[in-house]
Design a protein around this ligand. Structure first.
Ligand code: AMP
Length: 463
């Protein structure tokens, strides 16, 4: 049920679906598995959803068939096993307040329990998504207005949620009280825009206004934007630091900060903490480009393009019939021999998850003639799974949960390996106490069912 995604909302433009489409296009990096737009002209709701990229699912004809002045949209990330039609968002249902659609970024940590309870009560579920659980809670509420019904539902759920709802007449945006995932507000010629990241405003020529506050519900209709505080903003927020490390685009503003600025700072700090004797700095494009630039700036070691990325790798490609070693990484990256030959290379990457990509890359760099490979990582070792919406594998698959840094160095075959320290990472943001660092062993801010299940499993397997 993990959802790593992008959400969009538009109110007050005759081209609402078109704007949502463009926004989703710029937020493609947050999810490539499926996409959808739900639009309304005030009387009728229209929707179109499909598997694949935004550019594939939406054609000019499809967009023309989504008329109206309000729309919401969603891109869904690929998570194995759950990639089927029923899980494409926005999720639209008909209940006593009429039709309501929802697009969700985050992960509800008590969804299994809530769903189990509702199923015992006779509820029927169409998907395996958290978002459906939220809609069921709303539909069951006895409150008199939709806002109150949503707020009552929020009282039941725990975890990470940046949500955009739509009815025939309104767009409603909300963010959980701890603010795990980003969500921001913009405007364009009187229209209001809601988006996961501000790069969606740039593509529209819209203006960034502000974040949706943690614990805030923004109701947008013909009368304007009405802000309702449904919960006290948590004393300590749990904003996801991984948005800065890897997930968000560097040209975005996220949690009120420029991603590029923070990512460069990560590189600078990494260079201060862990210098290297080397001739060139290279990035693993594109995610670590900005971190590598920061590293190069402080170390004085020139930044070079030592790896070229093929941007046109689709979700499925025909596997070579002949066994090609490391073909999955080769299809994505190719080393530049002329740059690497005989050079001592600092390779900067944003993170090591399982370690398999880097192991293959290092072997490719050595074959291309790199004399030494010094690996510098812009995040501390990822030792714990995320339960709040970043798609990390189970704990056992995270190399840093079972291997020391030196063991990882050996596994990857690098001459030296250094990760940024947790203090170093947190020194790069302006309000370090308000970030979730659970994936680095920093403690889970909200208890999760997954955590319990995993603990039980671990206890079982350790006898
Ligand atoms: P791995 O082979 O599992 O160690 O993959 C590590 C690479 O995956 C890193 O270079 C990151 O750029 C990228 N990465 C990190 N976190 C994620 C994520 N949540 N989803 C997809 N890719 C990621």
């Amino acid at each position: 049920m993990k959802e790593e995604c992008a959400v969009m909302g538009v109110f007050g433009s005759e081209d609402a679906a078109q704007l949502a489409y463009l926004g989703l296009y710029s937020l493609q990096h947050r999810g490539q598995e499926s996409t959808g737009i739900t639009a309304s002209d005030g009387n009728h709701i229209f929707e179109h959803k499909g598997m694949g990229l935004v550019s594939k699912v939406f054609t000019p004809e499809v967009i023309r068939a989504l008329p109206g002045h309000l729309a919401i949209g969603h891109n869904r990330y690929s998570t194995t096993g759950l990639s089927h039609q029923a899980n494409i968002q926005p999720f639209l249902v008909d209940c006593k307040v009429g039709k309501i659609a929802v697009a969700h970024n985050g992960n509800i940590v008590n969804a299994v329990e809530l769903r189990g309870r509702m199923e015992v009560d006779g509820s029927i579920f169409r998907s395996t998504m958290d978002s459906e659980v939220i809609l069921h809670l709303i539909a069951r509420s006895k409150k008199g207005t939709l806002e109150d019904m949503i707020i009552e539902a929020f009282g039941e759920i725990a975890g990470a949620y940046s949500l955009v709802f739509m009815t025939k007449e309104r767009v409603i945006a909300a963010r959980d009280p701890r603010g795990f995932r980003p969500l921001c507000l913009g405007s364009l010629d009187g229209a209001r825009i809601v988006a996961s990241e501000s790069c969606a405003f740039d593509i529209l020529g819209a203006m960034y206004e502000r974040e949706v506050e943690p614990g805030e519900l923004c109701v947008i209709d013909r009368t304007g934007l009405h802000s309702i505080r449904f919960a006290e903003r948590a004393e300590r927020l749990s904003k996801c630091i991984f948005e800065f490390i890897y997930f968000s685009r560097p040209d975005s503003k996220v949690f009120g900060e420029n991603v590029d600025k923070i990512r460069r700072e990560l590189g600078r700090r990494l260079a201060e903490e862990s210098p290297a004797e080397a001739d060139i700095v290279i990035a693993v494009p594109d995610s670590s480009n900005t971190i590598a630039l920061g590293y190069s700036e402080v170390s004085g070691i020139p930044f070079e393009l030592g790896l070229i990325r093929n941007h046109y790798v689709g979700r499925t490609f025909i596997q070579p019939r002949q066994r090609v070693r490391d073909w999955d990484v080769r299809i994505k990256f190719n080393p530049v021999r002329g740059v690497l030959q005989g050079r001592r290379v600092v390779v900067v990457d944003d993170s090591i998850v399982r370690g398999s990509t880097m192991r293959k890359l290092v072997s490719m760099l050595r074959h291309a003639g790199a004399a030494e490979v010094h690996l510098r990582i812009g995040s501390p070792p990822i030792s714990h799974s995320c339960y709040y919406g970043i798609d990390t594998p189970t704990r056992g698959e995270l190399i840093a949960s079972t291997h020391s840094v030196d063991m990882i160095r050996e596994f990857l075959g690098v001459d030296s390996l250094k990760y940024i320290s947790l203090e170093g990472l947190l020194s790069c943001v302006s309000d370090p106490e308000h970030y979730c660092v659970a994936c680095f062993g920093g403690g889970y801010p909200i208890e999760s069912e997954g955590e319990h299940r995993k603990d039980v499993f671990e206890k079982d397997s350790s006898g």
